[in-house]
Design a protein around this ligand. Sequence first.
Ligand code: V55
Ligand code: FE
Length: 476
Amino acid sequence: MTGPFPNHPDFTGYNEPVRMECDIYDLVIEGEVPREISGSWYRSVPDPQYPPMLGYDTFLSGDGMVSLFRFEDGHVDFKMRYVMTERLLDTRAARRSLHGRYRNPFTDDPSVRGHRRGAANTTPVWHGGRLLALKEDSRAMEIDPVTLETRGEFDYGGKLRSQTMTAHPRWDPETGELYFFGYEASGLATRDVAVCKADADGQLVREEWFKGPYCALMHDFAVTKEHIVLPFMPITADLKRIEAGGPHWIWEPERESCIGIMPRDGSVEDIRWFRRPSCSVFHFMNAFTDGNKVVVDACYSKVNPFPFITEESKLPYDPRELEGALTRWTFDLSKPGETFDEDRVGPGGDMPRVADRYLMKEHEIAYYAIVDPTLGPLYVHGPVGAGFNTLVRIEPGNGRTTTFTMGPTHAFSEPIHIASKLPGHEGYLALVVDDHERYLSEAVLLEAERIDKGPIARIKLPMRLRPQVHGNWVAA
Ligand code: V55
Ligand code: FE
């Protein structure tokens, strides 16, 4: 048996753990899935096997589950499996949770000291013929793309020196290369950051280290055809605090944000630093180089968005401070100095996506999710506590937006983009939508150019899914 989960927003409502591995053959579909859509949509879901050992742990610690919507000939099959990490194997052997605080091994049960504790719960990434389940505090876990069975830890054949790999690698569709980084590369709370590249075959061909200005929660980065953008924003770690059993991260709003830009084919010796007051960006929409300028679209927020980090920083949590905007940062490399331009291009939101054809180049069109507070009450959903209720299509060049919503009761996860083979067709968006009244989830398929027209297909599940983190589409 297992006891009940804590009565806390990270474990109640839609965040109540589901813990179910399953297969569903031929889901019920309202509407029609175009037959040209053929491939696999993988999603990563944190879903804790057991209640937290210390009474509370964040949503972000949940054991990684990978789910798969497989599209073929207008049909969709569904599959969901745990990633069999060392963390989960240890937990299952003991039939209870053995891990203490988020990213603090000093709070673990002594029986797992020295064991790997990564949960592989953030992003499924397909590269070099491998499906990787990623979490930024660890190396990748390799998954069978058809059965979702876990193959084991993946460290590029023993070549990767970094102890960690970001959950947000950046793929160059023209070269097939995967750019990534690892922070805390030499261990807990270290300032070492590894900048890495795998070639189209999935071989590690580059790994270079540098020391960041401080140890920051570097959740994402940006890459253009010519530059790599390495952001440090002051959610910071300190080894002494962690060793004393304290929180891994605290938010230090009095510190600066530092953004490092290096030539993509240059070296870490060439990083140039830019600065601004503290801010928080978890995801970058896309970035491109235009002459001397590096342009980065960021899902900007004035403060750290995670309630548990604000609480553990002993700062007051005021959701009104979460003001944000889709923000365009322009770094003019022809000018001296450490400042850069900022322009608001759209409403505050997150979970950005651009079509593969725009990756690392100027994106005329992009998609992301927002919370429209005028729609109605917000429901508990995901790690920040409130679900998105509106999907936005934006043309960042002119600020034009269109939206799609299903009302306040339906919470949106991150959209994926599926390219169409039809000439001039903008492709499709798919996202999981969670119904807070009926407690059922579904996948919704939209024409990317006309999200305001509503779904062309609603792919129904007979149960509630736990909110996902990220997903990716892999064409057949
Ligand atoms: C994030 C998610 C994580 C994590 C750190 O969305 C940051 C941001 C699901 O795990 O460990
Ligand atoms: Fe992320």
